[in-house]
Every structure is written in structure tokens, then in C-alpha cells.
Ligand binder design. Structure first.
Ligand code: FE
Length: 242
């Protein structure tokens, strides 16, 4: 049995798939190559962006975006995932954070699909290869795949997840299902989706991002600093007032 099939058969009991941080009107606008370089041209810029999640509630969930990211990465680490997939888990919602306003709300209520998975994968391509960016790019379409192929999955989605699902294209047709299965990183995207769905535990002990930085460092396309230097960069970001 392939991982795709085993994931379909062993879904966690609870699934909620909201990605509902409000974002400003620029969310639907593609970023130019220049802005990509300015945004994530360095690990410092990336980690600074990730830290923004500390002050952003995950709307409708008892966690912040920061806690959600770290819980997703912790589940990946616990599952023995590769450094690339642990990094993808940590960064899978960075597309929300890069454009997130301080205001909160639910973009789906405004009929907006913020396409955070596309934006995040695009931005991260400056620093990481496909093993990191593809599962991120596919983690929304993985929800559509599971809704279509995993009995009961869609019934457990929250109201907002159903709304975002409709905006994201709804269930797949058979051609789309076949096309998804053939994607090179489909299985990793499904694993990421499963962790994403359950990484919303308001009572979970806090995670330290330092736990995941060695994986992030190992996954870098072109490490320009040692892992120790990366840790130093993080500590300097952490102590900088927002
Ligand atoms: Fe997520």
C-alpha cells in the first residue's frame, strides 16, 4: 500500500482545515521577482517573517499562527520526516504571514482565496528546493484530494474550511485526482496536510523553534552560514522589538 493510500485509511479523528488569517487586499497579487528577492533573500528575512506569527491568532482556533507552525513541525519531526519535510511543515503557512495585516478576520467571508500556498512556495524557492516548496504548494490541493477520496474527511471540516474549500475549487474530478496522484511530492503533501489539520491544540506544551532550525539549515539550497550562525541570527531576531 502506498503512503497515499495508507494516509487515506488512517486519518486522525478530527480534521479542521481553516487557513483564515485575514490578509490585506494585496494578497491576490502576484509578487515580482524583485519583491521575492527583497522578501526572502536571506534566512534572516524568512525567520523575521515567521516570527510575525507570534502575534497573529489563527482565527477560529485556540492557537496563534506561530504555535500552529511549530506544532506542525513537531508532528513532522515526531513522525521521522526528512529535514525537507520538517522544514516544509514549519514554513507551510508562511504565505499567510508575509502578507498578513495586524487586523484579523476571515478572508473566506469576503470570498477571498488568499492562495497562500502558491505565494509561500514561490517565495521560499529562493532558499529551498522542490522537496520543501512542492509539499507547501500542494498542501491545499491535498485537502481537495482528501475531501474527494477519504470517506468522512469533508464531514469533519469546520464551517470556514468548507467555505475555503469551495473557493479553492471544491472536490476533485477524476482527472484531477489522477493528476494529483502523479505529482512527485503528493505523498509528502498529504503527510503535511494531516499534520496541518491537527496542529491546532491550544493545550499543547509550547515548542521552541530552535528545535527545528537544524533541519531548516540542512534543507537550505545553498547554506551561506553555519547552523550555529543561523541560531545566532535567530537569537538576534528574537530579542529585537517588533
Ligand atoms: Fe496550516
Amino acid at each position: 500500500m502506498s503512503t497515499v493510500d495508507s494516509l487515506r485509511c488512517h486519518q486522525p479523528a478530527m480534521f479542521r482545515c481553516d487557513h483564515d488569517v485575514v490578509v490585506n487586499a494585496s494578497n491576490g497579487v502576484s509578487l515580482s521577482p524583485g519583491s521575492v528577492r527583497r522578501t526572502f533573500g536571506s534566512v534572516r528575512a524568512l525567520l523575521s517573517c515567521l516570527r510575525r506569527g507570534r502575534s497573529l491568532r489563527y482565527s477560529g482556533e485556540p492557537v496563534t499562527q506561530w504555535e500552529h507552525s511549530l506544532q506542525t513541525a513537531a508532528l513532522a519531526l515526531q513522525a521521522g520526516a526528512s529535514v525537507h519535510l520538517v522544514t516544509a511543515a514549519l514554513l507551510h503557512d508562511i504565505g499567510h504571514l508575509v502578507a498578513a495585516d495586524t487586523a484579523m478576520g476571515t478572508p473566506t467571508l469576503q470570498g477571498i482565496d488568499d492562495r497562500h500556498e502558491q505565494r509561500g512556495a514561490h517565495l521560499l524557492g529562493e532558499l529551498f528546493g522542490e522537496a520543501v516548496t512542492a509539499p507547501i504548494r500542494l498542501h491545499v490541493v491535498a485537502k481537495r484530494f482528501l475531501v474527494t477520496t477519504a470517506p468522512g474527511y469533508g464531514d469533519r471540516l469546520s464551517e470556514d474550511s468548507r467555505r475555503s474549500l469551495a473557493l479553492q475549487g471544491g472536490p476533485m474530478n477524476p482527472t484531477e485526482v489522477d493528476a494529483f496522484r502523479k505529482q512527485r511530492h503528493a505523498e509528502d503533501a498529504l503527510r503535511l496536510r494531516c499534520w496541518d489539520d491537527i496542529a491546532k491544540d491550544g493545550s499543547a506544551p509550547p515548542q521552541r523553534v530552535e528545535r527545528f532550525l537544524p533541519a531548516l539549515h540542512a534543507a537550505l539550497r545553498d547554506p551561506v552560514m553555519s547552523c550555529d550562525d543561523l541560531m545566532t541570527v535567530w537569537r538576534s531576531i528574537e530579542t529585537t522589538p517588533t
